[in-house]
Every structure is written in structure tokens, then in C-alpha cells.
Design a protein around this ligand. Structure first.
Ligand SMILES: NC(=O)C1=CN([C@@H]2O[C@H](COP(=O)(O)OP(=O)(O)OC[C@H]3O[C@@H](n4cnc5c(N)ncnc54)[C@H](O)[C@@H]3O)[C@@H](O)[C@H]2O)C=CC1
Ligand SMILES: O=C(O)[C@@H]1CCC=N1
Length: 267
């Protein structure tokens, strides 16, 4: 099995599944016609699958029968119910299952899937839709070496795959999977300030977005400590340091750390 013959099936075709399908099709990993999906509302599914040519199916049973790689992409509270009728099909040794369900680890599936099911738990983030995603995966999985290789072939073109031990998956996921929302809030705030000072809204968003993208790219290319990256922008007596001092006065870094803590505590 390789990506040329792989059929991928989504059980649940909401925001996350659509982001993954978009990224994979745009990156040329596989055509929409080799992706199948089911969801709670068939009519809405037909609308959401049309533009990529993803094939809508009526049930998880049909998806499991058609797909070599089945992606569980429903809400955590729905996963046991959707797996129950297809446990046997999911345990087929030629099939692999990827769970992208928030908060679910390999251990959580012990009562949900049959023993021997080839399963990997990973959490993607929404930038996967433009090939710039992250997949935080639990280090231990039950894939064969060949399946693990195939998993990498499929997702490497659209995401950085970060394998973490089970106890660190949660915080890794919070930073990679939840923080796009906080980063979008930061971009929105920067743009609001730009608009306040007369910048057209779209130009302000463009500047904020490219700045976030470029700052991340600079770190990834050089490995420079983020503190040193900050220092490099702050000329003595210059403009940037005034903003740094203001952010510190308003608890910027503390607020970010507290947001991650809140997710981890489950407030
Ligand atoms: N949105 C995000 O950024 C991320 C989401 N996730 C995880 O992905 C999963 C899905 O999240 P979203 O796509 O955001 O939610 P969503 O609400 O947009 O999508 C849920 C999908 O499940 C379908 N569904 C509900 N009951 C079903 C059933 N009985 N059979 C088949 N399909 C059914 C719905 O029709 C819908 O297509 C969650 O577990 C979430 O934790 C993980 C990483 C990031
Ligand atoms: O908020 C959520 O439930 C999901 C999990 C990771 C990102 N979004």
C-alpha cells in the first residue's frame, strides 16, 4: 500500500476533517475522489464535499468498508457510539485508524475498539488546510512499521509531525491545536490597532498575518532563542522596547501562560 492506491475515509466531516481534506488534495497527496466521508447530516455533507470531489457516504459502515485509512473526526462524546457498529471492520489488519478526537489517547480506545486495531492518535491544527499544519501524535501507537511509514508519507506534505510521549500530548496539542485561535485573536487585535491609526482593515490583517508567518519561519530556519529574536528587534531607546514594556505592564506573557494553564486544568 502506498499513497497512489490509498483511500482515506472520514467519520465526521466538520471543520477539522474538511481542513485535512483540503490540505491533502491541494498538496496533491491524493485526489478528492479517493476520499470518502460520512457525517450526521447527509444533505449538508453533500454540500461540503462537492468542491473537492470527496465522495459522501451514508454511514460509518460504508466509510470503513471503502477506506484503508479511517479518520475518526467526531466530537469526543460521539466517538464510542460511531465506532460501536464498525469495531470489527476497523480491526481489519489491512486497515489503519487515525483518531483526531480531542483529548482521546490510545488507552481511551481500549474499551471502544477491538484489540489488534491498528490505531494512531494525533491532533492536527487548522493550518493543515494550507499545508502548514502540525500533527501532534502520541509516540506509542499500534501501527505496523509499514503503516507508520505510510502515515508519514500522507501527512508529511501538509504538516510537521511531532511525536510526543502520552503525558505531553495534551499540552503539545494545546499549543499547536488551540493556539491558532489565540494567534488569530492577536492578529485581530493588531489589525484593530492598525485600523484605529488609519490602516485599511485588509492591509492591517495582511501585515499581521505575514508578520506571524515570517516570525515563525525565522525561528524554524535559525533556531534563534525567541528572547534573542525579541532583543534583535529592540534598538536601545528605540520604538519597539516601548511596546515591550507596555505589554509586560499589562501581563501579556502571563496572560498567554495562564490561557494554556486554563486549557490544561480544564477550567
Ligand atoms: N477544530 C479544530 O481546530 C480541531 C478539532 N479537533 C477535533 O476534531 C474533532 C471534530 O472537531 P470539529 O471538526 O471542529 O467539529 P465539528 O462539529 O465541525 O464536526 C463534527 C462532525 O461530526 C459529525 N458527526 C456527528 N455525529 C456523527 C455520527 N453519529 N456519525 C458520523 N458523523 C457524525 C458532524 O456531522 C460533523 O461533520 C473533535 O474531536 C475535535 O476535538 C482536533 C484538532 C483541532
Ligand atoms: O477546542 C477543541 O476542542 C479542539 C481540540 C484542539 C483544537 N480544537
Amino acid at each position: 500500500m502506498n499513497t497512489d492506491s490509498l483511500t482515506l475515509g472520514f467519520i465526521g466531516y466538520g471543520n477539522m476533517a474538511q481542513a485535512m481534506a483540503q490540505g491533502l488534495v491541494d498538496a496533491g497527496v491524493l485526489p478528492g475522489g479517493r476520499i470518502v466521508a460520512c457525517a450526521a447530516h447527509y444533505d449538508r455533507l453533500v454540500e461540503r464535499t462537492a468542491h473537492l470531489g470527496v465522495r459522501p457516504m451514508h454511514s460509518g459502515t460504508e466509510v470503513a468498508a471503502a477506506a484503508d485509512l479511517v479518520i475518526l473526526a467526531v466530537k469526543p462524546g460521539q466517538v464510542a457510539q460511531v465506532c460501536e457498529p464498525i469495531r470489527h471492520e476497523l480491526a481489519d489488519p489491512d486497515r489503519m485508524v487515525l483518531s483526531v478526537v480531542g483529548g482521546m489517547t490510545l488507552e481511551d480506545y481500549a474499551d471502544i475498539l477491538e484489540e489488534g486495531t491498528h490505531l494512531i492518535c494525533a491532533i492536527p491544527n487548522t493550518p493543515i488546510s494550507v499545508g502548514q499544519g502540525i500533527l501532534v501524535t502520541q509516540e506509542d501507537d499500534t501501527l505496523t512499521d509499514q503503516q507508520r511509514e505510510l502515515f508519514t508519507q500522507v501527512f508529511d506534505p501538509v504538516a510537521m509531525i511531532e511525536r510526543l510521549p502520552r503525558e505531553l500530548v495534551s499540552v503539545g496539542t494545546t499549543i499547536a491545536g488551540c493556539a491558532p485561535a489565540y494567534t488569530a485573536m492577536y492578529m485581530e487585535a493588531l489589525a484593530d490597532a492598525g485600523v484605529e491609526h488609519g490602516l485599511p482593515r485588509q492591509a492591517a490583517y495582511r501585515l499581521a498575518a505575514r508578520m506571524v508567518e515570517g516570525t515563525g519561519a525565522l525561528y524554524l530556519a535559525t533556531g534563534t532563542n525567541p528572547g534573542a529574536m525579541k532583543d534583535a528587534v529592540c534598538s536601545p531607546g528605540g520604538t519597539t522596547i516601548k511596546g515591550v514594556a507596555s505589554l509586560e505592564k499589562h501581563g501579556f506573557r502571563g496572560a498567554v501562560i495562564e490561557a494554556i494553564d486554563a486549557v490544561e486544568r480544564g477550567d
